[in-house]
Design a protein around this ligand. Structure first.
Ligand SMILES: *Cc1c(COP(=O)(O)O)cnc(C)c1O
Length: 357
């Protein structure tokens, strides 16, 4: 038996979550955001499962990720590259039929140059307008001149990105929607896309023709209570050793945790070398058959120690403790570690063996 930590990837759950998101939409299509190796779940297997279920629009950040999706799925799906094209990438975009997202005047010039020198975009291109995020995107104030500049080479999608979609009360949402409408008015015949996962839960005004959920596919983010999502993975690691410590003893590097009474501990094969955050030291939990076992002491590179008082009858070498999954929700573990679900799953290193059912 291998003593490696493992992430069991629940492809059927990811597909169910995609269907839940699609059911939120009165009209339009639900794409899948699969950048960063499908948020750490494995891009090839995730896109194959979603494509089999009927998803045919995918978003990645980089052209090489787009190539991975194309290789997995063949010629049919539309693959948008969010970070946009580099000047020398025309052959890649052409041969892989990738859809560039144009984020800046500089990228627009790149696109114009491609088209003027015989380049073809089999699956069109998208224009990204910045409605308040101030990260990527063309300025809303330039929309009139941009609408003129694209006559004869119209985009196939107009998109923008919400800064505060996780917080339905935040005034930024209505502000960005209004800004986006100012833009889309100028492109009345072109499909629109505004919502990430949080935006899907904000309701139909935010949906447009194409929604772009990422984290919700993997069971993360903060959906309304009546829209339960399923976990995209179970992260678990085997117990290597069980030991008892005496009152007054400490555990781990820097002796950050001191026991007030005799306590049973288990040492588990998971650490920050696997991408599990050190900031979960003395804060996070593992579970053994649903029983919570607090992380005690520092998370080290290869090992974590947990207090198994609640699961004494179960904990023994070879038993797996769960750190993310049905018993230990992703966002709860992330909050305890002072981070977000996105960082937790994308941060898992190749040392965590991915297992597909
Ligand atoms: C990453 C990303 C998404 C997906 O966001 P989630 O919050 O994971 O749903 C959508 N659109 C853009 C532009 C992104 O960068």
């Amino acid at each position: 038996m291998s003593l490696r930590p493992r992430a069991r990837i629940h492809l059927a759950n990811i597909v169910d979550n995609w269907r839940t998101l699609q059911a939120e939409q009165v009209a339009g299509t639900t794409a899948a955001v699969v950048k960063a190796d499908a948020y750490g779940h494995g891009i090839k297997d995730v896109v194959e499962a979603l494509h089999d279920a009927g998803c045919d629009h995918f978003f990645v950040a980089h052209s090489f990720e787009g190539e991975q999706v194309r290789r997995a799925l063949g010629s049919h799906p539309i693959i948008y590259v969010l970070n946009g094209p580099g000047p020398y990438e025309e052959p890649l975009y052409r041969t892989q039929a990738l859809t560039p997202v144009i984020n800046s005047d500089h990228q627009f010039q790149t696109l114009v140059t491609w088209l003027q020198t015989g380049g073809k975009l089999r699956n069109g291109y998208a224009l990204h307008f910045d409605t308040g995020m101030n990260r990527l995107g063309l300025p809303v104030s330039d929309v009139t001149s941009i609408a003129d500049a694209v006559i004869g080479m119209e985009p196939t999608l107009i998109l923008s990105h919400l800064a505060c979609a996780e917080d339905p009360e935040n005034g930024m949402n209505a502000f960005q929607l209004k800004q986006f409408e100012t833009v889309t008015e100028k492109f009345p015949a072109i499909a629109t896309s505004l919502a990430n996962s949080g935006g899907v839960w904000l309701g139909k005004d935010f949906h447009g023709a194409l929604t772009r959920p990422g984290i919700a596919l993997y069971g993360g983010g903060h959906p309304p209570d009546n829209r339960p999502l399923k976990p995209g993975m179970t992260l678990e690691a085997p117990i290597l050793q069980v030991r008892q410590v005496a009152a007054g003893e400490t555990v781990g590097y820097d002796a950050t945790y001191r026991f007030e009474e005799k306590t049973w501990l288990a040492t588990v094969a998971l650490g920050y070398g696997d991408g599990f955050p050190r900031s979960a030291s003395n804060k996070g939990f593992a579970t053994i058959e649903g029983l919570r076992c607090p992380i005690v002491g520092r998370v080290s590179m290869d090992l974590i120690t947990i207090d198994i008082s609640s699961a004494l009858h179960l904990a023994r070498p070879g038993v797996y403790a769960q750190f993310i999954g049905p018993e230990m929700p992703l966002e709860e573990q992330a909050t305890l570690a002072g981070t977000i679900g996105y960082e937790l799953t994308t941060g898992l290193t190749p040392r965590v063996k991915r297992i597909y059912n």
